[in-house]
Design a protein. Structure first.
Length: 422
């Protein structure tokens, strides 16, 4: 099979005409499909329906005697911290359980760092402006939105398949203005890769010019496996302690894609100094989290085996959707050398790299055919992909049939955009 670059001109013209005819037929179908965000499907949310009857009217006392209906326990109930401590890789006393949004925790950590400074720092970050944070790309657009909203300069760092390019990271942190790095270390958003042990070790051992440098470790997909494979992610808290930088990492996670996205739990783990710092700031804005929801989660999930069993039920629902994307892309795009895509072992996204300069066109073509995609550029700081190449595909929310339709349509748009660019 010839590639697009080797196709004779007359064959290229024939292919272009055929694709345009197919695209017109696609538009005529009147599809309305949304692949923009990595949301759990209704069937996934149904898996946690049993939580809604918990903890019950008469059993609202936590194991330490706390009445979960009342104020207090800013750090979270002991049993909830014990349940999620293994997910975070920290002892329960270094875990904070909060309300439903880990993004809110990340927001607050940035605000507290900007206004108050962090342990090991001489001054608040806002008094050291302009500051910067390293942003692995492709990456998570919400991280970029936080930085942009607070006027924090973002420095892109390429991903390598084993995490961020550590040579680039090590060069960048020689600048004391660089205060941190965003990381989605397991099944990265959107590339799907898991950081290697060497990457974790080098992050932990960085010689950072800023004494208050922080690794913002957003481990959102720690238990979100799509296959039997379980990539081993090194423990960043232990690695940093061993390297002499115990206060460097702050770990975030949530149950947003485990139980109920709008009514889950968010969590943070860090060194004792960082936990004390966080609680001191958080205590000014809250007298305690929703502890009934913490009891609800503990009594529904029970233990590590319960979490694993629950996530297997999620896998049964969404793994076929990822397989459908791969099958549709392979059927249409293999051999043409116009696109590459990830085959993730976990997480919520597929990364589609199309022909340079055509990602925006693919999104536009898909949109005009009724398929909403995340905007081109969303995977990069300031929404600017210098190659106009990378797209994030989110297969979890639509039905399997809709995912298959959407993936076939995106593949057609990808090939058409590549042919138009010739």
């Amino acid at each position: 099979m010839p590639t697009l670059s080797t196709l004779p001109p007359e064959d290229l013209a024939t292919l272009r005409a055929g694709l345009r005819t197919e695209y017109a037929a696609l538009q005529a179908r009147g599809l309305k499909l949304d692949m923009t965000r990595g949301k759990p499907a209704p069937e996934q949310l149904d898996l946690a329906a049993g939580m809604l009857a918990l903890p019950g009217n008469r059993d609202t006392t936590a194991e330490d005697g706390t009445d979960a209906r009342n104020y207090g326990n800013l750090q979270g109930l002991p049993e909830s911290r014990t349940l999620f401590a293994p997910v975070l890789g920290a002892p329960p006393e270094q875990v904070v359980i909060a309300n439903n949004s880990s993004l809110a925790l990340m927001h607050d950590v940035l605000v507290y760092a900007l206004l108050k400074g962090v342990p090991g720092g001489e001054r608040p970050w806002s008094q050291q402006a302009p500051i910067a944070i390293l942003c692995p790309v492709p990456g998570y657009d919400r991280h970029f939105t936080l930085c942009e909203g607070f006027g924090i300069r973002m420095i892109p760092v390429p991903m390598t398949g084993a995490g961020p390019d550590m040579d680039a990271v090590e060069r960048a942190v020689a600048d004391p203005a660089v205060k941190g790095i965003w990381c989605v270390p397991q099944y990265a958003n959107p590339s799907g890769e898991t950081y290697s042990e060497e990457t974790v070790r080098r992050l932990a051992g960085l010689t950072a010019a800023a004494p208050d440098f922080r690794i913002l470790w957003d481990n959102a997909y720690a238990v979100h496996h799509l296959t039997e494979a379980r990539p081993a992610l090194a423990n960043i808290l232990e690695a940093c302690t061993d390297a002499g930088h115990p206060d460097r990492p702050i770990v975030f996670a949530s149950t947003s894609k485990v139980t109920l996205a709008g009514a889950g739990l968010a969590m943070l783990a860090a060194s004792p100094a960082n936990v004390a710092w966080y609680l001191a700031q958080a205590g000014r804005r809250s007298i305690g989290p929703d502890k009934l929801n913490q009891l609800r989660h503990v009594r529904f999930l029970r233990d590590a085996a319960g979490i694993a069993a629950h996530m297997e039920r999620h896998r049964a629902l969404i793994a076929p959707k990822f397989a459908a994307v791969d099958e549709a892309f392979a059927a249409r795009l293999d051999g043409w050398e116009v696109a590459r895509w990830s085959r993730p072992l976990g997480g919520y996204f597929v990364t589609l790299d199309v022909t340079d300069g055509t990602a925006s066109r693919v999104v536009r073509l898909a949109g005009e055919a009724g398929i909403a995609l995340t905007p081109a550029g969303a995977t990069h700081p300031y929404g600017r992909d210098p190659h106009d190449r990378t797209l994030r595909i989110a297969p979890t929310f639509p039905s399997l049939a809709a995912v298959r339709q959407a993936a076939e349509a995106v593949a057609l748009c990808t090939l058409l955009a590549a042919v138009e660019a010739r």
